[in-house]
Design a protein around this ligand. Sequence first.
Ligand SMILES: NC(=O)c1ccc[n+]([C@@H]2O[C@H](COP(=O)([O-])OP(=O)(O)OC[C@H]3O[C@@H](n4cnc5c(N)ncnc54)[C@H](OP(=O)(O)O)[C@@H]3O)[C@@H](O)[C@H]2O)c1
Length: 339
Amino acid sequence: MSATQKAHIFHSFGLDQLKLEEVPMPEPGPGELLIRMKASSLNYRDLLMVTGNYNPRLKMPLVPCSDGVGVVESTGDGCKTKPGTRVSPIFARTWHDGPPFREMLKRTHGGPLNGTLQQFMVVPEADVVEVPEQLSDVEAAALPCAGLTAWSALVERGPVKPGEKLLILGTGGVSTFALQFGKILGAEIIVTSGSDDKLQRAKDMGAHHLINYRSSPNWDREVFKLTGGQGVDHIVEVGGVGTLEKSIRSVRPGGSIYLIGVLAGKEAPLDLTPVLMQDIRIQGVVVGSRRSFQNMNRAVDVHSIKPTVDQVFSFEDAVKAFEYLKGGSHFGKVCISIQ
Ligand SMILES: NC(=O)c1ccc[n+]([C@@H]2O[C@H](COP(=O)([O-])OP(=O)(O)OC[C@H]3O[C@@H](n4cnc5c(N)ncnc54)[C@H](OP(=O)(O)O)[C@@H]3O)[C@@H](O)[C@H]2O)c1
């Protein structure tokens, strides 16, 4: 009888369609690694993928989740990596350095390629990075998409300079990493959230100023006051059009808005005049390359950064983890322990 492993798979859209199945054990070909997965972490994108809101034409069946960490079990011919090495698959295969390119969008884990929510996974050796030693498996599993996106925005695209003012929207996965990276870059940080409890936690992590966007719906005015009428230098924008107009009013002339998410909508009439009149940079950000991932991991090591893990679910309870993420009560990352 041939060997099998377990994987979470959906054959049609819907969280109720995500099932744990017994599937054939993958085998590494030349230049590939067989990885025994230890942990996975959820991104908002994974939820959109499973529910059909990311790509309605997505090819299924599919194993979801872009992010994970595991230990090399065995290697194909020509690999240098030793069995036992702890690695993470990169978000987009073949994006090793430099700017993004069109083909790499077709090689992202968790859709269209199978993702990390399985016991074993085969990945080309060139498409993994080693994991910072000081991190647990679930902590390390938080890095590949959320961590790297925040890093790419603030360091590779920014860069944020010491003393500059950084506005971070929300307290989810990307935003809590942005807070941690903003701290090591020496920024003065304003965090917004819909929850006072979460704002308190952001303060405990070192945020300098806090704004509740529910009790202060005109939060851009609060930002204006906090910056002496000047506006901030950088904004981590996860809301999309639902927040962009206020972000445009919150940034200083010549400042930067890193457009990362569209949680609060993607289509609306928008007055773009201030963008040109004030020389504002709106910079899209898509995760990052292998080189940026390695750069980030060095900073994570040197500064002993611990990713903010809100809750860890068991492998069998993966659907509950997705439901928890959907509920929006999390602060930081929702993770899944695999073995
Ligand atoms: N471009 C990329 O490469 C990339 C990479 C990763 C993620 N993303 C996108 O970035 C977004 C965030 O991802 P994530 O994984 O960090 O999600 P997440 O962990 O689910 O966090 C979402 C957080 O956003 C905040 N939020 C929601 N609506 C908001 C609003 N109207 N104003 C301000 N904050 C709001 C909430 O914070 P509070 O609960 O504190 O209010 C929530 O916790 C998603 O749209 C995701 O698809 C893009």
